[in-house]
Design a protein around this ligand. Structure first.
Ligand SMILES: [Zn+2]
Length: 345
């Protein structure tokens, strides 16, 4: 889930330059903090060299050093890194029954109310910290943190969102459910974390001009490319972390299960991340797209999703229907031969 809240004015401000770490593979400096230490550490972040900075508040029981290492691994794969990122990750309890969604300005009625597990002072600390972090950033240009952050925290929202504050500033919010923390394998959480950070690494999400024009067209590629690549990257990296051999089968398996379950499971309805990842995989297998550009994030440097891959072209029209041609072969999931053949037109 991506929230855009960028004003035209802040778009016009020249933000910090590109920091190319493709040669040096320098890892980002991650300021990780838990609880009361957060204020000192955030205040101590130097205001120069803000690029590559990631501030993280973690109130879950996942070890902060583990989160750091997974985020660093994801970041190290990127060809270049531009954004400053503020992330707050917090546990929520059981979902309120009957289910009630949360009213908010952005992502209205997307997240559900859960039992609130963090204290009011912890919530205030997150909000104070994010406010401090917003101050003194030229790119942010006077914008204030979303009121939604408080709403989501105080109502136990199961948030999974990356907020595009301005071209080089991103806020990640993750409300981790009891279901995920207690009943699902760790790989689910790893994948969730890596997915949201991949969004924060996508550099061209707020690009205007032709990119924006094409993004708003019917059947544009943006939604399923942006979500699909995050799911693709997270699935491949999580597989590496857990020594799973075939992440591509997993991508197709999840898409296949969705198709079996829902009649209108598609690139625009339901799960554009799961379906989009399968469609991107088909593009890779057809030789239309290099996997490398998904994995190093450079697919999202200059709006290739609309400007290189024309959503009105027969090739892309064909991808939009052929990604569904998935079959089970033994224990693995693969594309049917006709899915791969159709690409020759
Ligand atoms: Zn996403």
């Amino acid at each position: 889930m991506i929230v855009f809240s960028m004003s035209m004015i802040s778009l016009a401000i020249a933000c910090g330059g590109d920091t190319d770490n493709s040669n040096t593979k320098r890892l980002p400096n991650i300021e990780t903090t838990v609880g009361a230490k957060v204020k000192e550490v955030l205040t101590a972040i130097p205001l120069v060299s803000q690029n590559e900075r990631i501030a993280l508040i973690n109130y879950t029981d996942y070890a902060t050093k583990d989160l750091e290492s997974w985020i660093q691994l994801a970041s190290s794969k990127m060809k270049t890194r531009k954004s400053r990122i503020f992330a707050f990750i917090y546990p929520v309890g059981e979902r309120k029954e009957p289910e009630e969604t949360i009213r908010s300005d952005h992502a209205d009625n997307v997240f559900a109310k859960h039992e609130v597990l963090i204290t009011q002072s912890q919530i205030d600390l997150i909000l104070d910290s994010v406010q401090k972090w917003f101050d003194n950033d030229r790119c942010i240009g006077g914008q204030r943190p979303l009121k939604d952050y408080r709403t989501w925290l105080e109502q136990g929202g199961d948030t999974s969102t990356m907020h595009v504050v301005c071209p080089t500033v991103r806020v990640v919010a993750m409300g981790v459910t009891a279901m995920m923390r207690e009943r699902e394998p760790l790989s689910e959480f790893q994948s969730f974390l890596i997915h949201e950070f991949y969004h924060a690494f996508q550099q061209d999400l707020s690009m205007e001009g032709e990119c924006e024009k094409r993004r708003n067209m019917e059947n544009s590629n943006t939604r399923w490319f942006v979500e699909g690549a995050a799911h693709y990257f997270a699935t491949v990296l999580t597989a590496q972390l857990n020594n799973d051999q075939n992440p591509y089968s997993k991508i197709l398996q999840i898409a296949y299960a969705g198709l079996e379950r829902e009649s209108d499971y598609g690139l625009y309805e339901g799960g554009p991340d799961k379906t989009g990842a399968a469609a991107l995989r088909l593009m890779v297998e057809r030789g239309l797209l290099e996997e490398k550009v998904i994995m190093d994030g450079s697919l999202f440097h200059n709006c290739a999703r609309e400007l290189t891959f024309d959503s009105t072209s027969p090739k892309m029209q064909d991808i939009r229907t052929s990604w569904k041609l998935i079959k089970k072969r033994g224990d693995t999931y693969v594309f049917k031969p006709e899915a791969l053949k159709n690409g020759s037109n």
